[in-house]
Write a protein that binds this ligand. Structure first.
Ligand SMILES: [Zn+2]
Ligand SMILES: [Zn+2]
Length: 161
């Protein structure tokens, strides 16, 4: 299992899944102290353990700057919504699993929900991964599929300036 980040709406079924499949759980190393409840997420009052401590392994990396592919998914560090948020790119199908980097509405990219976003400016900067990868399809957790999201980046930047 790979986590884009540790918010509870993205981790709630981990224990159930692990009862059926004994598979490891990965997240970005920066995210670990937040999801294990050592640190409160920025702009939250209390720390909360959203994944049992010690269960999550840090995503492996080739070197300081590049995370290794895992199960055909290449992770990219996209902080902002949470400190250690990542997106996963399925290179073969050119599908970007974007977690909460965006929301979407009627096929359009929208900002993540402000109330649950640690640093919106940083999240908007991290959105540039879409211009770099130019996926055919992007999936968010809160909203429907977005096709050719790279074509919307100019409008997305304007709406966020
Ligand atoms: Zn979230
Ligand atoms: Zn979410």
């Amino acid at each position: 299992m790979v986590l884009t980040h540790g918010h509870s709406d993205h981790t709630g079924s981990i224990n159930k899944v692990r009862q059926m499949h004994s598979v490891p759980v990965y997240a970005h190393p920066v995210e670990l102290p937040y999801l294990e409840g050592e640190l409160p997420y920025p702009r939250r009052k209390k720390a909360a353990e959203t994944v049992s401590s010690g269960l999550t392994e840090p995503l492996p990396s080739n070197n300081a700057s590049e995370l290794s592919s895992i199960g055909g998914l290449k992770p990219y560090f996209t902080p902002g919504h949470s400190p250690g948020h990542v997106v996963f790119y399925h290179e073969v199908d050119q599908v970007l699993l974007a977690g909460d980097l965006f929301t979407s509405k009627k096929g359009r990219l929208k900002k993540p929900v402000p109330m649950f976003t640690a640093n919106m400016e940083e999240a908007v900067q991290s959105a540039e991964i879409v211009s770099r990868l130019r996926p055919k399809r992007l999936e968010v957790c809160h909203g429907n599929s977005v096709f050719n999201p790279g074509e919307q980046m100019e409008a997305y930047r304007k709406n966020n300036s």
